[in-house]
Design a protein around this ligand. Structure first.
Ligand code: APR
Length: 173
C-alpha cells in the first residue's frame, strides 16, 4: 500500500515520476489543472494526446479511464490523464471518481512509476464537493492493489488541503 502525503501547492512543480491530470474527454486541454499542465509541460503533451485520441479513443477518453503521455518540460516523467465525473451529471459520481484513481494507479504500474501526484479531481469546474471527493479519492488509493510507493495529493487551496487532511487523520485514528 502506498504512503500518502498531502502537499499544498502546484501539481506542475512536483518532482515525482507521474502527475495526474484532471482532463476532459477531448484530451485537448482546458483550464485549471489541465491548463497548467499543458502550459508548463509544452506542446509535446498535446501532440501525444492527439495521437492517443486518433489511435485509441476517437470518441474521447471515457470518464473514469486513464492514459499516459510524456510530461514534456515538467519535472515529472509522465502525465497520466484521467477524466473525472461531472458531479451534477452522474448518478453515481463516487464510483467514477474512485475509478479515476485506481485506473491512474494501474497506468502508473504499467509505466513503473513509483511516485504519483494527484490533484483533487473533479472538485473544480466539475463541481464535486471537496468534502465528498476527499474520502472517495483517499479510499480508492488506500485500497488499490498497486506497486506505487508514494501517492501525493497536491491541493491548490486551503479548503481542499483541510478536507484531505481531515480524511487522512481519520484514517490514522
Ligand atoms: N495544481 C494543483 N491543483 C490545481 C491546480 C494546480 N496547478 N490548478 C487547479 N487546481 C485544483 C483546483 O483548485 C481544484 O481543486 O484542481 C482541482 C480540480 O479543478 P479543475 O482543474 O477545474 O478540474 P475538474 O474539476 O476535474 O474539471 C475538469 O476543467 O480544466 C478543465 O479541461 C478540464 O474540462 C476539464 C475540467
Amino acid at each position: 500500500m502506498a504512503q500518502i502525503v498531502l502537499v499544498r501547492g502546484d501539481i506542475t512543480a512536483q518532482e515525482v515520476d507521474a502527475i495526474v491530470n484532471a482532463a476532459n474527454s477531448s484530451l485537448m486541454g482546458g483550464g485549471g489543472v489541465d491548463g497548467a499542465i499543458h502550459r508548463r509541460g509544452g506542446p509535446a503533451i498535446l501532440e501525444e494526446c492527439k495521437r492517443i485520441r486518433a489511435a485509441q479513443y476517437p470518441d474521447g477518453l471515457p470518464t473514469g479511464k486513464a492514459v499516459a503521455t510524456t510530461a514534456g518540460n515538467l519535472p515529472a516523467k509522465w502525465v497520466i490523464h484521467t477524466v473525472g465525473p461531472v458531479y451534477a451529471r452522474e448518478s453515481d459520481p463516487a464510483s467514477l471518481l474512485a475509478s479515476c484513481h485506481t485506473e491512474a494507479l494501474r497506468v502508473a504500474d504499467e509505466l513503473g512509476a513509483k511516485t504519483v501526484a494527484f490533484p483533487a479531481i473533479s472538485t473544480g469546474v466539475y463541481g464535486y464537493p471537496t468534502g465528498e471527493a476527499a474520502p472517495v479519492a483517499m479510499e480508492a488509493v488506500l485500497t488499490a492493489d498497486s506497486a506505487v510507493e508514494e501517492v501525493r495529493f497536491v491541493l491548490f487551496d486551503a479548503d481542499a488541503y483541510e478536507a484531505f487532511e481531515r480524511v487522512l487523520r481519520s484514517e490514522e485514528d
